[in-house]
Design a protein around this ligand. Structure first.
Ligand code: TXA
Ligand code: MG
Length: 320
């Protein structure tokens, strides 16, 4: 059964209900189709990673309806305001510092202190943002390792059974992902070339912009900055596959049979990997506090979302 529906007001209203219920909806943007879920809902964001089958938690773009909405989540520097006013709504994504009060899931940021925001221009994307009243986490709506979808049929081929519905807004006008610009450093940096060129961005800012060295994810048809990204790492030591807890250690448990520990969090008492992914970064941050000698992490099965969870835990445990 195909879940492709026309992007009329009736179906946009239904899609908004699915988003509010924590389900996923594929929606058109002017660049490519996005796999949307409520960006403030950890479980919904975890479902996105599960649906794409990514072997790691790359941070996701969050689509917002307005500049005011963006300002509720991220610090907008003067440079950010210039680019936002010039290119939003449109194919530009800005990587910005998260505000302390930011309510977005930490999973969209892969645990980091930054967040990628974009206001899409496509009327269906705009309508879905308005109608749902939710910020939409939205990576390209393709399985990991496949090219980005520019039609509803492409989405149905790759992810048809993983979404509540696919809003059909026709072919995407640009057909190429948004340009991702990081404003985290002194000099703005293009992390991913896309619909807007480096020259246009430098001209708008009136100063030089650099291009990050590209480590292309050729299979995805884009040059993702994935491996260039710094990753969230706890300050204290992380010990994997722990079956008991040493004195001074905090426990990051998984499943019903957790050993006792004075300080512990359970990623999922029932052993549910989507729930565990949803809790991962928030619980790691919570345990990473002064006075904790280390974090002992119970074994996580290396299947489904467990692969991405273990990838991040191995990075967190790697010697630094
Ligand atoms: O055109 C687009 O941007 C599409 C449509 C659906 O909006 N979305 C898209 O999302 O291509 P995705 O998740 O496939 O690509 C997001 C890119 C990745 O290269 C990711 O590494 C980067 O943005 N990114 C996201 N958050 C980041 C962050 N906090 N720091 C650095 N890079 C980030
Ligand atoms: Mg993509």
């Amino acid at each position: 059964m195909s879940r492709i529906v026309p992007a009329d007001s009736k179906h946009i209203a239904l899609a908004a209900k699915s988003i509010a219920a924590g389900d996923l909806v594929a929606f058109p943007t002017e660049t490519v189709y996005g796999l949307g879920g409520d960006a403030e809902n950890d479980q919904a964001v975890a479902k996105i990673y599960a649906a794409k089958g990514r072997p790691s938690f790359n941070p996701l773009i969050v689509h917002v309806a307005s500049l005011d909405a963006a300002a509720a989540y991220a610090a907008l520097s003067p440079a950010a305001m210039i680019l936002a006013q010039r290119f939003w709504p449109g194919p530009l994504t800005l990587v910005l510092p998260r505000l302390a009060s930011c309510r977005l899931s930490l999973l969209v940021s892969a645990g980091m202190d930054s967040v990628a925001l974009r206001i899409p221009a496509h009327p269906v994307a705009q309508a879905l943002l308005q109608e749902s009243g939710r910020p939409l986490a939205g990576p390209s709506a393709n399985p990991s390792g496949r090219i980005s979808p520019t039609s509803a049929a492409h989405v149905a081929e790759g992810l048809g059974d993983k979404v509540a519905m696919i809003l059909d807004g026709g072919p995407c006008r640009i057909g190429l992902e948004s340009t991702v610009v990081s404003l985290l450093e002194e000099v703005p940096q293009i992390l991913r070339p896309g619909g807007i060129s480096l020259e246009e961005i430098a001209a708008a800012l009136g100063r030089p912009v650099t291009m990050a060295a590209q480590v292309g994810d050729v299979a995805e048809g884009l040059h993702g900055p994935g491996r260039l990204l710094s990753h969230y790492a706890p300050a204290c030591a992380v010990r994997l596959n722990a079956t008991e807890v040493a004195p001074g250690e905090a426990l990051l448990a998984f499943g019903p049979h957790a050993p006792h520990a004075a300080v512990s969090r359970n990623l999922s008492p029932t052993g549910d990997l989507t729930e565990a992914a949803a809790n991962l970064f928030a619980m790691l941050r919570d345990l990473d506090r002064p006075g904790i000698g280390g974090i002992a992490v119970m074994p996580i099965p290396e299947t489904g979302l467990g692969i991405a969870i273990n990838d991040r835990l191995r990075r967190a445990a790697a010697p630094r």
